[in-house]
Design a protein around this ligand. Sequence first.
Ligand code: AMP
Ligand code: FE
Ligand code: FE
Ligand code: ZN
Length: 290
Amino acid sequence: MPDPFIDLHAHSSVSDGTEPPADLVRAAAAAGLDAVALTDHDTTAGWADAADAARELPLTLVPGLELSTRVGYRSVHVLGYLVDPDDAALSAETERIRDGRLSRAHRMVDRIGEDHPITWRDVLAQASPGATIGRPHIADALVARGLEPDRSAAFRGILHPASGYYEPHDAPTPLRGVELIRAAGGVPVIAHPAATSRGIVIDEAGLRELVDAGLGGLEVDHRENLAHGKRTLLEWADRYGLFVTGSSDYHGTGKPNRLGEHRTSRRAFDEIVSQATGSAPVVGPGSRLP
Ligand code: AMP
Ligand code: FE
Ligand code: FE
Ligand code: ZN
């Protein structure tokens, strides 16, 4: 039997992807995936619709989220697989983060609006009701207004941290993020840790702290991870007994990333499922996993 086809990082319109959760799960099945994880930023609101769709398809859904954390200006994303979505501490923190994202986006749009014809209403028109708001929605509003050609151009232009309009949003530290996910029965994995030209998002001492707090793995195969950083990540994984994953970080039409462009091994998948106590994968009829 060939290796199962597993992609553990994808976004729906519940955050900054462009398809509703059920459509995302259908797209994953159509792409031939055996397992897909729904990992919207700072929310589990898409889980129920995604699960309903998975229950009619020969595929396994791994419900998750991508928690925004930061150290100073440096943003660190922590994937949390199979958490208990009703965990009080995690829910309170994700709500705080979403509130902070909303006010930060509003302030950024006020400042952009002083120089360009864009309003907060333009941004809200680009997001599903209740979605986790981020720069991608501001980008879509800029595109709709003809101020930028597409999302990626907006990130290189008006939304770039050097543009003068940027500000970070409130977020917990990565350590707190890992602790919250583990305490909610989930399995924490640092997303795209080597995606910045300044190197890996944390140093080895910082990683050790996260390992002690229950970090499970590192997302090594990701289109934005730089080659020299990946080598260090593999060394660290080996040294600290972490599993490694590979995933697409699919955002629908919002980013060039395609479903399944990077894969996670069966071994890492099994490790995640066996470590998790917060919730279980949703196994559709005829799925090969678990
Ligand atoms: P924010 O968290 O609001 O600062 O926005 C960052 C988010 O925007 C990341 O999670 C990415 O998913 C998305 N993003 C970053 N760069 C790009 C890009 N070039 N094109 C589209 N989306 C991007
Ligand atoms: Fe995103
Ligand atoms: Fe991310
Ligand atoms: Zn992501």
